[in-house]
Design a protein around this ligand. Structure first.
Ligand code: 13P
Length: 260
């Protein structure tokens, strides 16, 4: 890291604007942070739209959350951001957003862990779902860190998504890759088949990850070959002639009784 604090603040504001313009957040949702050279963290303020943020709106806190600079209050998810920086020395930026398709998978309880797209396998590896905990709590921070110790991108059950990176651009790009992947998986599912890459091809991609120096502790996607979409729900059996006759007879008797 060697960028000045002002450059990093400008990057945070630019990435927030992109998150908002992509539709990854609504209203005041989402939060972004970045660690700078002196170890301090630049944090988005709480309750402010990410689409209209200015550098002077950002807050600077130390690793324990004490305010160092700024006039606004830091994000209500500061505990989660700070816990991630404490756990991962290689991480200098955290993006939390609610991209609609990826969050749909988090709500449906379907993780994005299948080996189907080379770019996703290389850039991210796999995207599990972290269990639900109330936003803004230490519980949520603890759950999220448990996953981010191993992964760079996770879904948050019934909530949204988080990505981390060596800088704000890299964290945002992982969020973009995740949402794009979710859209493609949804289309493939609608078309009726999700064809997984064969394990041999996945191994080659994982070797490329190593070659590119991408964090090797991030687990690979689920190597499982072809994965069929779940079969459509069974339609109720049409009623048999005996059943139909019985229904007709009962209806006739009820009508007779009503007529008097
Ligand atoms: P903040 O405005 O406090 O950052 O909270 C937004 C959010 O998305 C909480 O999960």
């Amino acid at each position: 890291m060697s960028a000045s604090i002002f450059t990093v603040k400008k990057d945070v504001v630019e990435m927030c604007r992109r998150i908002y313009n992509h539709g990854y957040v609504a209203a005041n949702d989402g939060n972004v942070s970045a660690r700078v050279d002196d170890g301090h963290i630049i944090m988005t303020p709480t309750g402010v739209s990410k689409g209209f943020l200015k550098t002077q709106d950002l807050v600077v806190v130390d690793i324990d959350g004490n305010k160092v600079a700024g006039t606004t209050r830091p994000s209500s998810e500061s505990k989660m951001h700070l816990a991630i920086y404490k756990a991962r020395e290689d991480v200098n930026a955290v993006v939390h957003a609610h991209p609609a398709t990826a969050t749909g998978f988090a709500v449906a309880g379907i993780p994005l862990t299948q080996c189907v797209l080379p770019e996703v396998i290389i850039a991210i590896g796999s995207i599990p779902i972290a269990e639900y905990a109330t936003p803004g709590t230490q519980d949520l921070a603890d759950v999220v860190v448990r996953y981010l110790n191993q992964y760079d991108a996770i879904l948050m059950e019934n909530h949204g998504a988080i990505t981390v990176g060596s800088d704000v651009t890299s964290a945002l790009f992982k969020m973009e890759t995740m949402e794009h992947f979710a859209k493609i998986m949804l289309v493939a599912h609608q078309l009726g088949n999700i064809h997984g890459l064969p394990p041999r091809d996945v191994e080659t991609l994982l070797d490329l990850r190593k070659k590119f120096g991408i964090r090797s502790t991030a687990p690979a996607c689920t190597i499982e070959g072809t994965c069929e979409a779940p079969p459509p729900k069974e339609k109720p059996e049409p009623s048999s002639p005996v059943q139909s006759n019985l229904i007709e007879e009962v209806t006739r008797q009820v009508m007779e009784k009503l007529k008097g």
